[in-house]
Design a protein around this ligand. Structure first.
Ligand code: A2P
Length: 340
């Protein structure tokens, strides 16, 4: 039988993640019958390449999804909230990268290496949510540990790249770096403070409980993806002057005792994980090495000597690829292979 092919739309096609989604569809040879590239009115008429052909970017509209089978969204939460229901009504399945639908109990929140079975619930609303970038790369290595040893509590601190904020933030880091090296005053537009040569303990907005929304996304999404509300999760999320690749310091308290060597052995064969852990040779995961890759890199695996059952690790992934575009396209692949 010939392979089934799909009419695909990418909403937010001109953005940092949208661009990578297009690249992932190409690289992974997703069975595309036709492609529609959607963005705001500002980009309508612009041309982008897909598999060697030029495709005209169209303005995202309520009627954009007629005849589309799968739409991958990365056009921001407001656009997702507004347009995903129109897409679903037109019979299209939405894979949404924004936070708009993630905590809707009817919408599955999926990391293919962790809870692929949840894709089946796309039938509830016609929408599947792609988790937050920092959550994705954390749950990929934690899932095998959770399954074998149980996890009571997670303490995570992130070191997040500016590309998570979008192309404007990448430009701002370049511009500020250039200005400061030449002893010129730099402009601050995207973040509340200078990001070049600095760290901002502030991602997304502050909430009444003193945490940022990004931190609470990590807490709530982790529980939803691992299907376990009993896990304690606490997060501190920090923006750092890195272009691509989020790094995370993760401390877990397991239910059963586990050694660092046992974790290393377990993660050596875990789906989507690569262990990079030879500190004696100065080998550990680095953002600059993870950039452009789809795996989640884990190193500095060691026992937390302050508690009986604790493990520390350093986890790095490309936030635009595994943290967003690749994960979304992997979800679309499951949909295409098993459900549509
Ligand atoms: P545009 O380039 O026309 O503004 P990034 O996160 O890199 O800034 O990219 C955001 C993406 O989402 C871009 O493709 C942007 O299009 C798109 N976008 C933002 N707001 C809307 C909107 N209201 N309707 C459609 N597309 C939007």
């Amino acid at each position: 039988m010939p392979e089934k092919k799909f009419n695909v739309a990418v909403a937010g096609a001109t953005g940092a993640v949208g661009n990578q989604m297009i690249a992932c569809l190409e690289e992974r040879e997703f069975p595309v019958k036709s492609i529609k590239l959607l963005a705001s009115h500002r980009s309508a008429g612009r041309k982008q390449r897909f598999k060697g052909d030029w495709v005209v970017v169209e303005n995202l509209k309520e009627s954009s999804f007629n005849g589309v089978d799968i739409a991958i969204f990365s056009a921001g939460g407001d656009a997702s909230k507004k347009y995903a229901p129109f897409a679903a009504k037109a019979g299209c399945v939405v894979v949404d990268n924004s936070s708009a639908w993630r905590m809707d109990p009817e919408v599955p929140l999926v990391v293919p290496e962790v809870n692929p079975h949840a894709v089946a619930d796309y039938t509830n609303k016609g929408i599947i949510a792609n988790p937050n970038c920092s959550t994705i790369q954390m749950v990929v290595p934690l899932k095998p540990i959770y399954d074998k040893y149980g996890i009571k509590r997670i303490i995570v601190s992130t070191y997040q790249a500016v590309s998570g904020t979008g192309i404007k933030a990448m430009d701002e880091l370049s511009d500020q770096t250039r200005c400061l090296i030449h002893s010129e005053k730099c402009k601050i537009n995207v973040y509340p403070h200078q990001i070049a040569f600095n760290c901002l303990p502030h991602i997304d907005v502050f909430l009444d409980n003193g945490y940022t929304k990004e931190e609470m996304k990590m807490v709530n999404e982790t529980k939803k993806i691992l299907e376990d509300d009993s896990i304690g999760v606490t997060a501190t999320t920090v923006r750092v002057p890195v272009f691509i690749g989020h790094s995370e310091s993760i401390n877990i308290e397991t239910k059963k005792h586990v050694t660092a060597d046992e974790v290393r052995v377990l993660l050596e064969t875990a789906a989507g994980v690569k262990v990079v852990d030879n500190p004696k040779e100065n080998i550990y995961p680095l953002a600059i090495d993870a950039a452009g890759q789809d795996l989640t890199f884990v190193g500095r695996i060691r026992e937390d000597e302050s508690i009986p059952n604790g493990i520390n690790m350093w986890v790095v992934a490309d936030n635009i690829r595994k943290g967003a575009a690749t994960n979304a396209v992997q979800i679309a692949e499951i949909l295409a292979k098993e459900y549509l």
